[in-house]
Write a protein that binds this ligand. Structure first.
Ligand code: SF4
Ligand code: SF4
Length: 97
């Protein structure tokens, strides 16, 4: 398993749950909770994440940042970064540069 850090911007997230649904381990990694007067997605355990970046690409609010911490050069995978990359594999994440 790759080591990852996942952060979710609570200002952008509306708690839609898409990230939970598209991830094979979504129920273990994420949880939707009411915070204040809105639902937001919280990260509860990243140890199940294998870094596929599907949740990042499927989040309609572009709220998820995923950082691989097992690489010598850290990669910050946001949708804005992904849009500028020539190729992103849904299985392998961002290719080596
Ligand atoms: S898909 Fe994005 S907006 Fe929806 S719950 Fe997950 S992080 Fe929040
Ligand atoms: S990167 Fe892949 S395995 Fe990790 S939380 Fe997102 S969808 Fe799940």
């Amino acid at each position: 398993m790759p080591m990852v850090q996942i952060t979710i911007d609570p200002e952008k997230c509306d708690g839609c749950g898409i990230c939970v649904g598209v991830c094979h381990k979504g129920q273990r990694i994420f949880k939707i909770e009411k915070v204040g007067n809105k639902n937001v997605c919280l990260v509860q355990d990243t140890s199940y994440c294998y870094g596929c970046t599907t949740c990042v690409s499927k989040c309609p609010k572009k709220a998820i940042n995923l950082v691989r911490t097992d690489k010598k050069i850290r990669r910050i995978l946001t949708q804005s970064h992904r849009a500028t990359l020539p190729f992103v594999s849904p299985c392998l994440g961002v290719r080596e540069q």
